[in-house]
Design a protein around this ligand. Structure first.
Ligand code: COA
Length: 359
């Protein structure tokens, strides 16, 4: 029988830190980020505002206004862009997360807001270079999300595009003690520097069990093609012992509240009716089949299921999805690093030896 909790090595239900940054209610399906519901933030707050809230919650004494944080991000975008030509080798990596990890690793002691700005530049530059195009310079005074979109696509985005991308980035800005955040906090707890902590977080997010599902979700929707084929396709996958991407979550035992936020953002964006209908049908079928196979373990849609549909509607290539997630999550990572550094406590758990006895 499968072990649970600490015996399974997954640290389920282990409280590793006290945080003011976000609260994930896995049973009720609620997510609070820096004192506000994610649903409210996604509809009303800018990415700069949410980042400022997170930073202020992590370090109230050093709190900056949204305008100051926005200026820091703009400065970070400008500084990072000046580095891009020297980073061609790192940015030529075969995948976006390896490129991002390499580019961020060479950052020289940026402020938190500057690092948030830099990540957007590196992801946009990677996207352009891999499409055979030249990277586009940022406008440090422009709103972060609008500037990020323009650096990727080379045109001024519509209000609807900015709203949809902003809702996405705000929603993924923080999410409790997920694997990448924990990785960042472990590194920060050794009194190492911010860049090392964020580089570790990027490495954790790169893994398919954490941030890598949205691309495969689209591959799945493509392979299924139409709602009536969903059951046969999903059954074959499960029979082959494969996981359904975008389903299941370590903490949520109900539907991930972020899935609903993205569904709503998609409806407002109004671009993908057929795709959205197919996604809903596949979700319903997957939920039913998983419930039959795991009656004691609710496996529902997670954030990445509708991330895939939303980012695709925005015209973003699936190879960039995890890196775009990092563009939002870096705000939370930096806030957690600050919070951990303030605590001043080394994270150093124990292990239980189950190896060969001394003979
Ligand atoms: N498809 C099929 N089966 C799944 C599943 C999925 N998406 N997610 C979990 N299961 C099954 C496991 O195979 C396991 O079955 P078993 O007990 O017979 O071995 C059981 O459900 C419990 O899984 P477990 O690995 O203990 O859950 P977890 O908390 O470690 O997993 C995830 C959480 C997210 C890693 C897992 O649900 C998953 O791999 N999902 C797909 C990848 C994904 O969408 N990742 C993005 C997360 S935001």
């Amino acid at each position: 029988m499968r072990q649970t909790g600490i015996d399974a090595g997954g640290l389920e239900n282990v409280v590793a830190a006290e945080t003011r940054l976000s609260d994930v209610d896995g049973a009720g399906g609620h997510l609070v980020i820096a004192g506000a519901d994610v649903e409210t933030l996604a509809e009303t707050a800018s990415f700069e505002e949410v980042t400022a809230r997170l930073f202020a919650a992590a370090d109230p004494a050093g709190a900056e206004t949204t305008a100051q944080v926005a200026a820091g991000m703009g400065r970070g975008r400008a500084i990072a862009f000046a580095e891009v030509s020297g980073l061609r080798a790192a940015l030529a990596a075969p995948d976006a997360m390896t490129a991002l990890r390499g580019a961020v690793a060479q950052e020289r002691d940026p402020m938190a807001a500057e690092l948030v700005g830099a990540v957007a530049v590196y992801v946009a530059a990677y996207a352009r270079l891999h499409a055979g195009l030249s990277p586009i310079a940022p406008d440090p005074r422009a709103p972060h999300v609008e500037d990020f979109h323009r650096m990727m696509f080379g045109r001024t985005p519509s209000t609807a595009e900015v709203a949809a991308l902003s809702a996405y980035l705000v929603t993924v800005s923080d999410h409790g003690m997920n694997a990448s955040t924990f990785a960042a906090r472990v590194v920060a707890s050794t009194a190492s520097d911010r860049v090392s902590a964020i580089t570790a977080a990027i490495g954790a997010l790169k893994g398919p069990l954490h941030g890598g599902a949205p691309g495969p979700v689209l591959d799945m929707l493509d392979a299924i093609g139409s709602a009536e084929r969903a059951e046969a396709w999903l059954t074959a996958e499960l029979d082959a012992g494969r996981r359904i991407m975008g389903m299941g979550h370590r903490v949520y035992r109900v539907r991930d509240p972020r899935a609903a936020v993205f569904e709503k953002a998609l409806q407002r964006f109004g671009q993908t009716t057929d795709r959205l209908a197919l996604a809903r049908a596949v979700e319903r079928t997957a939920e039913r089949l998983l419930a039959e196979r795991h009656p004691d373990r609710p496996l529902r849609a997670n954030v990445e299921f509708y991330t895939a549909v939303l980012l695709e509607a925005l015209g973003i290539d699936r190879s960039l999805f995890t890196a775009i997630f990092a563009v939002g999550r870096v705000a939370g990572w930096c806030a957690h690093v600050a919070e951990q550094q303030r605590s001043g406590r080394l994270i150093r758990p124990s292990s239980r030896y189950v190896g060969a006895p001394v003979v």
